[in-house]
Design a protein around this ligand. Structure first.
Ligand code: MSP
Length: 487
């Protein structure tokens, strides 16, 4: 029986078009899903949009449009972006879907019945842009500790999720069970939030744009509880390849990898595991990546320092953008992106090391062997075995940029092999050696292209489709133009 993996991205707020920072999270998840599929896993890759909350209701009101109509338009742009970037998700979930809403109501009731939720009064400080509540102690000089903006003082009836009961449990789990990666994030989290874990206010009465609870129709569910439950409600949809039990059930041995940006680890690595524990389900691995910065600060629409991924894709191709995000940002750390940086990687690696290798080799096979691939056992096989093992171990430890560097080193070896063997001097002089070199080059190109296929989704496919190994020839004698920008 094949192994199963569930991979998710956070669900994005439809308050603006997405920028390259969001594309980063989703590219990591898409890479892993394609990579696992290539290795025979059955995969469920989930993404979507987080559509409730006061902020969206307010924006739609300001624009004098119906909230859902406003959101629909933005969500449509998300789907266009994922399509252009080649994101091969299985399900795009929306928290306004009826399936999700009824699931969330039902889970809320289950948590009430299990005595994990009780009614009370909430006093605290609310940051609308972050949709987050804070105690007075958590504020940074009266401002939101996450974004530094003004907060509103609030006192209202609410239902509380009794997370405080689980403070010691979650602390121990975080310290011993590797549920949050990279490991250095654990300390950050325990220092900042696990000294005094307060029960979480999980309903609101001051706005309507949310999921009403069965217990009291004046209350809608707090966006984070609503949003986190998407990772479970997704299994109610017909697109889900597995049942909830097969992934989240206590007896499951499926893998669960949830990608999040570092600022939302608090929700994914404290509250989320506690909710799962309350529901008697198993725990995921949460991978927290860094941010894409612009002039040293987090790229975000409200700061006006964003890069539009669609423009970049149109200039450089989606393969180039995916490759940049995978290669040039050390996975757990902050990174940056700009046209100059993408251009440098594009020319330095994709054109000079990959496309040139492919086009030179194909040209030689056409010129010296009329497109026939010599039927001889190739060299460099051991080198590729080492590359492949190294690549896989880097992927398994979430060091994606290092995996990409391993791939680049293999290209260096193969290009070095051409420099040493100088195949253009062998024609008519040592035909056996020329056959060996050409066979080796084709084999190396096949291996390199297959290895990088989860990243370079188009160019690897084009390259591989030109190599007809069954009939031992190139499928076309025409020159191949990879990464030749039309600009
Ligand atoms: N809706 C919540 C998530 C709920 S999941 C149950 C949310 N949405 S978001 O749209 O604000 O952000 C989603 C993801 O985008 C986060 O993982 C966040 O880290 C990521 N990014 C947003 N800006 C980013 C950068 N500048 N760089 C890298 N990732 C960034 O949070």
């Amino acid at each position: 029986m094949s192994k199963k993996i569930f991979i998710s991205t956070p669900i994005y707020y439809p308050n603006n078009k997405l920028h390259i920072g969001h594309a980063y999270t989703t590219t990591l998840a898409d890479f892993l899903s394609r990579y696992k599929k290539q290795r025979g896993y059955e995969t469920f890759f989930l993404t979507g949009s987080d559509e409730h909350g006061q902020k969206l209701e307010d924006t739609a009101k300001e624009l004098k449009v119906d909230t859902k109509t406003y959101i629909d338009e933005i969500v449509a742009t998300f789907k266009v972006l994922w399509d252009k970037l080649g994101i091969d998700y299985d399900l795009f979930i929306r928290t306004t879907d009826e399936t999700h809403k009824s699931f969330v109501k039902q889970k809320f009731t289950e948590l009430v019945e299990a005595n994990y939720i009780h009614e009370g009064v909430y006093k605290g400080f609310y940051c609308k842009p972050c949709e987050s509540m804070f105690t007075e102690q958590q504020l940074e000089e009266t401002k939101c500790p996450l974004c530094g903006r003004e907060v509103d003082e609030i006192e209202e009836p609410t239902f509380f999720l009794e997370v405080s009961k689980f403070q010691d449990w979650i602390k121990e789990i975080l310290e011993t069970k590797n549920i949050l990666l990279p490991a250095f994030r654990v300390q950050e989290l325990t220092n900042n939030f696990l000294e005094d874990l307060k029960d979480l206010s999980v309903t609101r009465t001051n706005f309507q744009w949310g999921i009403q609870i069965n217990e009291n129709t004046k209350h809608v569910i707090y966006v984070w509880l609503d949003a986190l439950l998407n990772y479970l409600s997704a299994f109610e949809y017909k697109e889900a390849p597995f049942s909830l039990e097969e992934i989240w059930g206590k007896d499951s041995d499926a893998e669960i990898v949830q990608f999040v940006g570092k600022e939302i680890t608090r929700f994914h690595s404290i509250y989320w595991p506690i909710i799962l524990k309350m529901l008697n389900l198993r725990l995921p691995s949460v991978y927290a990546h860094g941010w894409l910065l612009s002039n040293g600060v987090k790229m975000s629409k409200s700061l006006g320092n964003i890069t539009d991924p669609i423009e970049m894709i149109e200039t450089y191709s989606r393969d180039a953008i995916r490759f940049y995000l995978m290669t040039s940002i050390s996975t757990g750390d902050d990174g940056k992106i700009s046209n100059e940086l993408v251009e440098e990687l594009y020319n330095g690696i994709l054109v000079n090391k990959y496309a040139n290798l492919v086009s030179r080799t194909f040209k030689m096979i056409v010129k010296y062997r009329d497109g026939i691939i010599p039927d001889i056992k190739p060299e460099l096989l051991d080198n590729f075995e080492i590359t492949k093992n190294d690549f896989e171990s880097k992927v398994d430890s979430f060091e994606y940029n290092k995996a990409m560097k391993t791939w680049i080193s293999f290209l260096d070896e193969v290009n070095g092999y051409i420099d040493i063997t100088q195949p253009w001097t062998l024609d008519g002089v040592d035909n056996d050696k020329l056959d060996l070199v050409l066979s080796t080059l084709i084999n190396a190109i096949v291996n390199a292209s297959e290895l990088i296929a989860p990243v370079l989704i188009d160019s690897s496919k084009i390259t591989l489709s030109q190599i007809d190994l069954v009939n031992g020839k190139l499928s076309s004698l025409e020159p191949l133009h990879l990464f030749e920008r039309i600009k």
